[in-house]
Design a protein around this ligand. Structure first.
Ligand SMILES: NC(=O)c1ccc[n+]([C@@H]2O[C@H](COP(=O)([O-])OP(=O)(O)OC[C@H]3O[C@@H](n4cnc5c(N)ncnc54)[C@H](OP(=O)(O)O)[C@@H]3O)[C@@H](O)[C@H]2O)c1
Length: 309
């Protein structure tokens, strides 16, 4: 399941998350759906104190209500804080609000983001600007404010939900891949800058396809256009499986975790160790991906489903 497969798999069932995370203050962005929502539930069950952020306050309140139902947390243990990652001028005040409420931030999970389904030749440059503003600049802006606090305390964890598309390329996602590659480059460079703070850990999470609302919310050719047919998503990794492995990665201070089913995981390995083969394979898979997209099914569906006889 990861670049550090034996390590991640051997850690997953030892219950370290249940030992380490109770009482820890965890700020999750993108907590109103998908991976962030499931993170909120699993963290709540473990007993972590939560700051939940995204743009849709009502959805965050729904997630909070469910967290309270499934855990022993009380109302004050979960802070709902509306946050738009693209409104960078609001990030300092948001950080102060979390600190005022809990007194500290132990873990920041940079999870909020949007993907893309469109060919470069058809896509406005404004879309590329918006993707970078959200996935890259929004993330590093929030990180900057939270990191100041972690540097004062000399400890903390900054966890960023990147993607296997931060490792490899993929057609229909040129801007998304660029934004996730940018995050990988940024955090892999920030980590050695923090050498005098060994208590601050930087973790990059690289999931493959996971069940969530990501395809409903993708950027397309134009900012105002959404995807007409998101297609069935059931072939993707279940959200709870991905989130469990994210928690295992966090408590074991992994620098990078690849959390994916095949063929993406295999392509990641090829990309890392035999790129010439990876480029050849992606040429083949990419053709199929574009065909799928043009025929209105999920771009990745054919790697998982056998053809009907
Ligand atoms: N699902 C996958 O296959 C997959 C694979 C690899 C990586 N990822 C990454 O996982 C992360 C979570 O995605 P997901 O799959 O869970 O998709 P999702 O269900 O669409 O969730 C995305 C979250 O990001 C939030 N968000 C979007 N724009 C925002 C903004 N401007 N400011 C603040 N929050 C914003 C959304 O909340 P609001 O709309 O309420 O703001 C939502 O909570 C993303 O970074 C994505 O790139 C996903």
């Amino acid at each position: 399941m990861s670049r550090r497969t034996p390590k991640l798999l051997s850690y997953q069932d030892c219950g370290k998350a249940e030992k380490e995370l109770p009482g820890k203050v965890v700020w999750v962005t993108g907590a109103s759906s998908g991976i962030g929502e499931e993170l909120a539930y699993q963290l709540a069950k473990i007993g972590a104190l939560l700051a939940l952020s995204a743009r849709r306050q009502d959805e965050l309140e729904r997630v909070k209500k469910r967290c309270l139902e499934i855990s022993s947390l009380s109302d004050k243990d979960i802070l709902v804080l509306r946050l738009d990652l693209t409104e960078r001028s609001s990030h300092e005040a948001a950080t102060k609000a979390v600190l005022q409420h809990f007194g500290r931030i132990d873990v920041l999970v940079n999870n909020g983001g949007r993907s893309q389904r469109s060919l470069f030749v058809d896509t406005s440059v404004d879309v590329y600007s918006a993707i970078m503003e959200l996935n890259y600049l929004g993330t590093i802006s929030l990180t900057k404010h939270v990191l100041n606090h972690m540097i004062e305390r000399k400890k903390g964890k900054i966890v960023t939900v990147s993607s296997v598309m931060g490792i490899m390329g993929a057609p229909l996602a040129t801007g998304y891949c660029a934004s996730k590659h940018a995050l990988q480059g940024f955090f892999n460079s920030l980590r050695p800058e923090l050498g005098e703070y060994p208590g601050i850990v930087i973790t990059n999470i690289c999931p493959g396809p996971v069940q969530s609302k990501i395809i409903d919310n993708v950027f397309t050719e134009e900012l105002s256009k959404s995807l007409e047919k998101p297609g069935d998503q059931s072939h993707k990794m279940p959200t709870d499986r991905c989130v469990r492995l994210i928690l295992v990665s966090i408590v074991n201070d992994l620098k990078e975790a690849w959390i994916s089913d095949n063929p993406y995981l295999a392509v990641c390995y090829l990309w890392q160790y035999a790129p010439t083969w990876a480029w050849w394979l992606l040429g083949k898979m990419g053709k199929k991906r574009i065909q799928n997209f043009k025929s209105g099914v999920d771009a990745d569906v054919s790697y998982y489903q056998k053809k009907a006889a």
